[in-house]
Design a protein around this ligand. Sequence first.
Ligand code: GLU
Length: 441
Amino acid sequence: MTTTRFAPSPTGYIHVGNLRTALMNYLIARKSGGTFILRIDDTDPERSKEEYVDAIKQDLTWLGLHWDRVERQSDRLDRYAAAADKLREIGRFYEAFETPTELDLKRKKQLNMGKPPVYDRAALALSETERDALRAERGSGVRRFKLEHERIEWTDGILGDISIDAASVSDPVLIRGDGQVLYTLASVVDDTEMGVTDVVRGSDHVTNTATQIQIIKALGGTPPRFAHHSLLTGPQGEALSKRLGTLSLRDLRAQGVQPMALLSLMARLGSSDPVALQTDMAALIDGFDITRFGAAPTKFDVQDLFPLTAHYLQALPLDAVRDEVLALGVPEDLAEPFWLMARDNITTLADLAGWWQLCRDGAEPLIADEDRDFIAQAMDLLPDAPFDGDSWSSWTAAVKEATGRKGKGLFMPLRKALTGQERGPEMAALMPLLQVVRARR
Ligand code: GLU
């Protein structure tokens, strides 16, 4: 049975980068009929905020990424303490007292000597008396996990065979001096105890994975399968990290991006399968294959979401957007013809307002000087209201007959006179909705 988890820290709004992680874990679970856990990584009481927990749930719900259960790390502190005790008992846990400044100095020295900046384990050499003295002077130290210096290997679901020399990695800090449990310990305890079988996360976690594999084994567990997806960059390959703040899911929603457009892009971007709009979750689940993803950084252009959104909206029936249409003030009986007329001419639902305003209030006519007489003549031939689906063709036929104009020279000035624009919906579909012209006649 597959179990995956999405494990955001509630320290901010989730963005497109997080979404990729969430979606892949969701799709893997759903594809195999497994369980998808939403795990809130909130062991940092200062930075974790309840409003972000709520926001994360709202964002996932908006996207339709439903979780089977929620787990909160802040509810499981006793489990982490028990794991820490076990690591201490088996001699894989030690206290270290270096200040951040001291550690920084050590790192600089190592780099100057051309050595990798790995923690030198000086704390392991402390005697009991020295430890007591340091504790009295500086308070409790951090608790580090003592890595076994061996090669740590796994077959990554995206990166393939990975081998990391544990000696090139610092012994990870699992608990801070003030007792706060850090992510590495909490995460391995949860992954083990919750029976997580597959962990997909960003490639910035590859080194963490190496240390976590050792910790899981030290605790007597079996490591899950790991897959590390590449990180997103901007369209030119530039780092996205600084801009992720403006690429939060709520910003995208506010910009009118449709969930299926966003999910369709994210389920394929960076894979060898082409991006294709999927209109429902089942198709997305069906078409997902993590082995198709590559290790190279993945270019993301927010602009790609808008054609997909437009494409998605074009195929929707009124029922899917009835509330939004009625909210504009469109009368019930016009809702369907209005939607069918407008849906091909919008990028997001926000664009509907402009088309409804045109229908309701009319537009300032756009009439070129050389067309003035022509338009005056045409307006005299405008059939009586109410207009119907034939009004445009019968009107243009009459105008053609009276003026001898045809083709673009006939249609374009009429469109511009009625709509004030050169482009827009089919005039035959728009005319029956033009309330003002109808009212004026
Ligand atoms: N809270 C961690 C993060 O957001 C989770 C990483 C993981 O998936 O293990 O980076």
